[in-house]
Write a protein that binds this ligand. Structure first.
Ligand SMILES: Nc1ccn([C@@H]2O[C@H](COP(=O)(O)OP(=O)(O)OP(=O)(O)O)[C@@H](O)[C@H]2O)c(=O)n1
Ligand SMILES: C[C@](O)(CO)[C@H](O)COP(=O)(O)O
Length: 229
C-alpha cells in the first residue's frame, strides 16, 4: 500500500487547558506536546508526510525543531477545527490525488499507537474510509439543567470517536465544504461524511489514545506515553 499523508490540526487555542500558550506547545515529558504526536506519526511506515495546520500568527512552531526524513508542510487554520482540517487538505501537495486516502489526526492526541494506525488504514481502505473509536463502556445519563440525571440512555451501538480518521481527499474536502455551506460546525471528519450519506467504518482502538483537553490530562498523557508505543 502506498503511504498516506496525514493532516494534523494544531490551530486550536487550548482554552480548556487555560494559560497563555496553546496546549500543543506546553511541555509534556520535557518536550512540546505536539512534538510527541508528530514524532509518532512520522515514525509510522504507512505515513508519507505531515501537513501541520497552525494558528494564524503562530510564532512558536519554528522553535519546535522537528527532525526526521519525512516531509513536514504547514498551512494556516481557521476558527473551528473543521476549518483547519479543510485548510490542511487544500494545502496538500498536488501529487496527493483526489482519490488518495488521507489521515487526519489531532495534535492533541500524542498517545496514539502505531498498531491502531495500521489497523485503521488496512480496514479503512477496504471500507472506503473510517475512524478509530471505542464503544461506550459506562452507563449513559441524560442531564437536565438542574444537574440531575433525568434518564438513562441505551449505550448499545454508541461509540466515542477518536483520531486518526481516514477518508479520500476529495470526498472529505467536499463533505467539509458542504457542512460549512450549510452553517454546520462538524466536530470530526466522520460527521461531515455522515452528512453526505457515507457511513464511516468504526475501527476499535485503544482507549488510551486520549485527547489532551484539560490541564489534568497532561499528567495522564505523561504516564501513558511510554506505555503506548
Ligand atoms: N480552530 C481549531 C480548533 C482546534 N484545532 C485542533 O484540533 C484538535 C482537537 O481540538 P481541541 O482538543 O478541541 O483543541 P482546542 O480547540 O485547542 O481546545 P479548546 O476547545 O479547549 O480551546 C487540536 O489539536 C487543536 O489544535 C484546530 O486545528 N483548529
Ligand atoms: C475529532 C475529535 O478528536 C473526536 O473525538 C474531537 O471531536 C475533537 O475535539 P473537539 O473538542 O470536538 O474540538
Amino acid at each position: 500500500m502506498a503511504p498516506l499523508w496525514c493532516v494534523v490540526p494544531a490551530a486550536g487555542r487550548g482554552t480548556r487547558v487555560g494559560g497563555d500558550l496553546p496546549k500543543q506547545y506546553l511541555p509534556l515529558a520535557g518536550r512540546p506536546l505536539i512534538l510527541h504526536t508528530l514524532d509518532r506519526l512520522a515514525a509510522h511506515p504507512l505515513i508519507a508526510g505531515l501537513m501541520v495546520v497552525l494558528g494564524a500568527g503562530d510564532e512558536l512552531w519554528p522553535s519546535v525543531g522537528l527532525l526526521g526524513s519525512k516531509p513536514v508542510l504547514t498551512a494556516i487554520g481557521g476558527a473551528e477545527r473543521c476549518d483547519s482540517v479543510l485548510a490542511g487538505l487544500n494545502a496538500l501537495p498536488s501529487g496527493v490525488g483526489e482519490d488518495a486516502f488521507v489521515l487526519v489526526h489531532d495534535a492533541a492526541r500524542p498517545c496514539v499507537r502505531e498498531a491502531d494506525i495500521t489497523r485503521l488504514i488496512e480496514r479503512g481502505v477496504l471500507a472506503g474510509g473510517g475512524l478509530l473509536g471505542a464503544p461506550l463502556r459506562d452507563t449513559l445519563k441524560r442531564a437536565g439543567a438542574d444537574g440531575r440525571s433525568h434518564e438513562t440512555e441505551p449505550r448499545d451501538h454508541r461509540w466515542r470517536a477518536f483520531t486518526p480518521q481516514m477518508f479520500r481527499r476529495g470526498d472529505l474536502s467536499q463533505a467539509l465544504r458542504a457542512a460549512s455551506a450549510a452553517g454546520v460546525t462538524v466536530s470530526d471528519e466522520a460527521m461531515a461524511m455522515e452528512r453526505v450519506g457515507f457511513s464511516p467504518l468504526l475501527v476499535e482502538g485503544a482507549e488510551d489514545n486520549i485527547k489532551v483537553t484539560t490541564a489534568a490530562d497532561f499528567a495522564l498523557a505523561e504516564f501513558l506515553l511510554p506505555r503506548t508505543k
